[in-house]
Design a protein around this ligand. Structure first.
Ligand code: ATP
Ligand code: MG
Length: 371
């Protein structure tokens, strides 16, 4: 899939721009703080309808303006799509596909898939479990819009259940309401857990293969999803939805006293972790910087392959400041891999950046210089 062009209005430091893109390689070239990452953020916004930098929608509105608007022309195997997304201070989000309005984010997810790789992706390896859950979720919502719906519902139920636990703490009032919320939590949460296991079953061999190639067979990468704190519980991996529900529910039930004391939900997909191992050792604790970077690269390439296997075409690849971070060997591997099968955007501050084919888009103070 390709993004053919993008129109931006009042987005970050962009005033108004219409940019046509090359089907293979687009080099976003400019000095620091000119708008390179902002442009990638705009493209990626059309995939997940939020910021990859965790910014709120209103923070992406150009300072002093009331709204931003983005419109991308997307080319897929089965035709062209016009995807529009806007955010107004008062009217909030507006989303459209081919001019017709869609009420919910889940109704526009999956029209345009993109994978972003930036130096912050090292956090997937070295930070706490939430970075890894976020990595999984960001990819999964693009492929499975119903997964996004489960996540939103789960967060809502979790918030309500936590509020209730806080009220119950001490007073024991409203204890009889807890099972209702637990059941709802288990229903949505189990779907999330099951889907994560399913996706990891596909993602793991792809990541292993890539990692072996990049390291010339020197390293074995492994991913292991730990759910409901049942460490090493093999049968959860292939368990039915009902089995997961039963285990989840009984875990909440067994820990009722503990949860009441703490006033917080202690089990569920919001506490799960994805363990990443290199040669059998926890990468988070023991891998070197370079090893972590390579593992992150393997995960990202695996993501591209996963999308390809799920929807039959490659997503768009967005590389933010990645080239300066990788050594020559890894850079070559990445460029060889990309070939001309994946439309790629590469940001660089290096005005001598050489690329055999593709477009150079020069960015200065939120404007495209070389149109
Ligand atoms: P670097 O090479 O340092 O990564 P960059 O070209 O990627 O630079 P961006 O992250 O795109 O830089 O940011 C460009 C500028 O946009 C920053 O100076 C920032 O202050 C500005 N900016 C961010 N948000 C807004 C906003 N809502 N309105 C106006 N300007 C903004
Ligand atoms: Mg940047």
């Amino acid at each position: 899939m390709h993004i053919l062009s993008l129109f931006l209005k009042n987005f970050r430091n962009y005033d108004e721009e219409k940019i046509e893109f090359h089907p293979h390689v687009n080099i976003l070239m400019g000095m620091n703080a000119q708008g390179k990452s902002n442009l990638l953020e705009a493209i990626h916004y059309l995939s997940i309808f939020s910021s990859f930098r965790n910014a709120k929608d209103r923070e992406m509105i150009k300072w002093g303006q009331p709204y931003f608007f983005l419109e991308g022309k997307i080319l897929r195997n089965n035709g062209e799509y016009l995807l529009s997304a806007g955010y107004h201070e008062e009217n909030k989000k507006i989303l459209k596909v081919n001019g017709s309005q869609r009420k919910k984010i889940k109704d526009v997810l999956g029209v345009f898939n993109s994978v972003l790789f930036s130096p912050e992706d090292l956090n997937i390896i070295k930070n706490g479990p939430s970075a890894r859950r976020r990595y999984l979720d960001q990819e999964m919502i693009q492929l499975f819009p119903s997964y996004y719906y489960s996540l939103i519902q789960y967060q809502r139920i979790l918030g309500q259940r936590n509020n209730l636990l806080k009220e119950i703490r001490g007073s024991k009032n409203k204890l009889e309401l807890l099972p209702v919320w637990s059941q709802q939590l288990v229903n949505q949460g189990s779907m999330i857990i099951k889907k994560r296991f399913e996706v990891l079953q596909k993602l793991t061999p792809l990541a292993r293969l890539t990692h072996r190639k990049i390291t010339n067979g020197a390293e074995e990468l492994d991913l292991d999803y730990h759910s409901l704190e049942l460490k090493g519980e093999e049968n959860l991996k292939t368990a039915s939805l009902d089995k997961i529900k039963n285990i989840f529910f009984s875990q909440l039930d067994n820990n009722l006293v503990l949860e009441n004391q703490r006033g917080i939900t202690l089990f569920g997909p919001h506490r799960d972790d994805l363990k990443i191992m290199i040669n059998g050792i926890d990468a988070r604790k023991f891998a070197s910087q370079g090893q972590q970077r390579t593992a992150a690269l393997s995960l990202k390439i695996a993501e591209l392959e996963l999308v390809k296997s799920e929807i039959g075409e490659y997503p768009v690849l967005l590389l933010d400041d990645v080239m300066s971070e990788l050594d020559q060997n890894r850079k070559n591997h990445l460029m060889q891999y990309i070939g001309n099968k994946v439309q790629t955007f590469i940001t660089t501050t290096d005005f001598d950046f050489k690329q055999k084919e593709g477009n150079i888009i020069q960015i200065s103070r939120g404007k495209i210089e070389n149109k």
